[in-house]
Design a protein around this ligand. Structure first.
Ligand SMILES: NC(=O)c1ccc[n+]([C@@H]2O[C@H](COP(=O)([O-])OP(=O)(O)OC[C@H]3O[C@@H](n4cnc5c(N)ncnc54)[C@H](OP(=O)(O)O)[C@@H]3O)[C@@H](O)[C@H]2O)c1
Length: 300
């Protein structure tokens, strides 16, 4: 842990009421203690982690974020969720607030990608991450970029849902992609914040690369499912996603973005080298181990 002016550094996590924030906070607390960790959220009451200071901060307001960041040395800035709003401007607000508040270092949670995502429908979303990475690097602050892999939890949920029909479909085809659990990401991201030797570097936080069919096979083994994988065309995938009421309510653009994510799998954009060990100081758990831990955490 960094010592600053005779006192221990204080760490903050913003957008802390979400899934990743809820996982990063305990990882930080374990290393630096409750007194040195602050959760920042639009609605601090939504942060379900005990014993730490919680402050209100909205990415749409530089003023609220500047106030929330008072006395903070290092901020883990979790990216704003995808939606019909200007995420680049929101992230710039946070960076500007951090500078005004005297924050020394920001760890930004981005998304993996080898560059080929520019040729996919995911590029609109990914462009925000790349722009914020550039903004942070030009900010004059100390920085670390955590390029997160796809959440294993999300695709596992879809595979389990597919057990009703017996077929899991998307456009990933034979592409390789490294999935990772939110708790593994949180472990590594906390270390990126705590250890200044990581400053000025970007890290791909992913597990073992594998095809969609291999992922489904592993889920079959760990969860006792009987699902097979099938490749769809982009248009078929859009039509399938639009059958989901929640996606349909958000519009075709969302279905295109979600399809684009698996175009990135198909074209190799998400087939990246893992820097997990360099970030976390230990090997990433195997996909099987991550799945077994998720199975053990299921209720009942
Ligand atoms: N790698 C992946 O597979 C993957 C998957 C999904 C998302 N992501 C990205 O990773 C980020 C973190 O993931 P997650 O799972 O923690 O997402 P999440 O559970 O959806 O949480 C999003 C967080 O953003 C907060 N937020 C929304 N608008 C905000 C604003 N104006 N100011 C401050 N905070 C705001 C939400 O606050 P409220 O609680 O107040 O709504 C919530 O805390 C996401 O935002 C998204 O950019 C990555």
């Amino acid at each position: 842990m960094t010592k600053k002016s005779g006192t221990f550094s204080r760490y903050a996590v913003s957008a802390a009421s979400g899934r990743l924030g809820h996982a990063v906070l305990p990882a930080l607390i374990a290393a630096s203690g409750t007194k040195n960790v602050v959760a920042i959220a639009r609605n601090p009451d939504k942060v379900q982690v005990a014993g730490i200071e919680k402050r209100a901060g909205d990415y749409n307001s530089v003023e609220s974020m500047t106030a929330a960041l008072a006395g903070i040395d290092t901020l883990i800035m979790i990216s704003a969720p995808v939606g019909n709003w200007d995420r680049v401007a929101m992230h710039r607000n946070v960076i500007n607030a951090a500078r005004q508040a005297g924050v020394r270092k920001i760890v930004f949670t981005s998304v993996i990608g080898g560059g080929q995502e520019q040729d996919t429908w995911f590029w609109g979303t990914q462009q925000v991450n790349r722009q914020t990475e550039q903004d942070l690097q030009a900010s004059g602050l100390e920085w670390v970029i955590a390029r997160n892999g796809l959440y294993l939890e999300l695709d596992l949920r879809h595979i389990m849902h597919a057990s009703e029909s017996g077929v899991y479909r998307n456009v990933g085809a034979e592409g390789q992609c490294g999935y990772i659990t939110i708790s593994e990401l949180a472990y590594a991201i906390a270390r990126l914040a705590l250890d200044d030797r990581h400053n000025g570097k970007s890290f791909n936080l992913v597990g073992d690369n594998q095809t969609q069919a291999a992922l489904v096979q592993l889920a079959n083994e760990v969860f006792g499912l009987k699902v097979r994988y099938e490749t769809l065309s982009d248009e078929e995938n859009i039509a399938l996603l639009m059958q989901d009421e929640k996606i349909a309510a958000r519009g075709q653009e969302v279905a295109r973005m979600l399809t684009g994510c698996f175009q990135c799998v198909r074209n190799g954009a998400f087939d990246v080298r893992s820097d997990f060990e360099a970030a976390a100081g230990r090997r990433v758990k195997s996909t099987r181990q991550m799945m077994e831990e998720l199975r053990a955490s299921l209720p009942g």
